[in-house]
Structures are given as C-alpha cells and as structure tokens.
Design a protein around this ligand. Sequence first.
Ligand code: ADP
Ligand code: MG
Length: 253
Amino acid sequence: MTDIIEFETVTKSFGALTVLDRFDFRVRQGEKVTLIGPSGSGKSTVLRILMTLEPFEGGNIRIAGQSYHMPDGKGPFRATQAHLFNIRKHVGMLFQQFNLFPHMTVLRNITEAPVSVLGLSKAEARERAMDLLAMVGLSDKATFYPNQLSGGQQQRVAIARALAMRPKVLLFDEPTSALDPELVGEVLNVIRKLAEEHDLTMIMVTHEMRFAREISDRVCFFDKGRIVEEGPPDQLLVRPSHPRTAAFLAAVL
Ligand code: ADP
Ligand code: MG
C-alpha cells in the first residue's frame, strides 16, 4: 500500500505558540487512523492543515500525489486555487458543529459541491445525493432545512455531503462531541459502515475509545504537538507503553 498522506517536518505556529515542530506523519491508502490526546495538543490543527484551512510555515505535505510546500523563505505557505481544488476533490472533513449551509435544503447541501466543483449535472448530483441519503437513513428528509433536523441527523447529512464528492480521504474532528448522548450511536453506526470500505482513508479525532478500538487500524497518542506513541488499538488502548498515554487513558476511560 502507498502513503496517501505524508507530513514531513511540518512546522506550524500561532504567533509565539509553536503547535507543530518538525512534525512527521504518514497514512497509507485505506488506513483508518485515530488521533487521541489531551485538549490543545494539536490534533485539530493537523486535520485543518490537511484540509488547507490553516497555513503552515515549514516542511512538506503530500496528499494524493500532490505536494504542498514552502516557497523558500517567502513567508507562510498558503494554498493556491489549484491546491484548494485538488483538496476539495480528494479530502472531505466532518466537524463537531456539522457546518451545513443553513439556508439550503438537505438535498441542496449535498448537491452543491458535486455540481459546482465536479461539474456533475443537477440530475446526476441529485441521484447521487438520494443514494447517500438512503445510506445514512434519511431519505425522507431531502426537502428539510438543517434547523428542522436533530444534531444526529444533521451530522449524518454532513457525512452524506462529504461522500457526495467521492473523496479518497475523510477527516473527522470529534464528530460526535456536540451531540446529545442518545444521538451518538446513530452517527457512529454510519461511520462504522464507512470504515468497512477498503479504499477509503479515514483520520479521526475522537474521545469514543471503544469505537476507536473497533474501527482503527492504528491509534496515535498526541501530546504537545507530537505523536508520543502509536500502534494497533488493542495494544495502545489496552497496554500503552508510554506513561503519558497510560495517564491520559486512565483519565478518559
Ligand atoms: P486539539 O484539537 O488537540 O485540542 P488544537 O489543534 O485545536 O488542539 O490546538 C493546538 C494549540 O493551538 C492549542 O494551544 C490552541 O489553543 C492553539 N490554537 C489553535 N487554533 C488557534 C488559532 N486559530 N489561534 C491561536 N491559537 C490557536
Ligand atoms: Mg480539537
């Protein structure tokens, strides 16, 4: 298997705060990786940089064969239009706060990018959207607006919207953290279904340790912008070898 994502000595600061310092990270195509770690350790920053929502100052990132790097000494890297286009095509991201377009119906939310970015006809996009709504169990909500749905339903629409682009990589940043406890299961069930897709690469930040153990090929424990320890879930989540991993797990489990 080839690496679909590579971070090579990536440096990222917010003002005086260095969040990532020569950070290395690789993900193979089809791999399901979970990032865990204390709040503020840099997990969201890694996903946001991948999604080109944050510039970075040093190093290289390669996604699906395309390289992003610093123009030598010319200040922070910012994605060009071509980069953004490539990312939108290959990488989808799910956020804690669903981020659906509030003024669009569920159907429009899902068809918008396939039509405007991929150039699908409205009919093709609609057909794709209806298939995805069936997959997430929301066929009857196509004409609803986001504020007419529960949080769990909104997050399932957000997943359908991301999948409508047929991404190679899906990023999940605490996709169930904003949900009432009784709605967490329905969203995890949809993500579990996706995890069965061999070719889809998934990187997830979550505090749902039992779920992480079930679906991950690899779990990475983050602390202060570094991967302190990584390994298969049955090893890292059950018999961690680093004391900081053990302390974190003792606090959250
Ligand atoms: P995590 O997702 O692991 O909780 P983050 O990646 O969100 O951590 O944040 C890492 C560090 O960067 C934290 O100290 C956070 O306060 C800081 N940070 C994140 N985003 C910004 C921002 N836009 N401006 C300033 N500091 C930020
Ligand atoms: Mg975060």
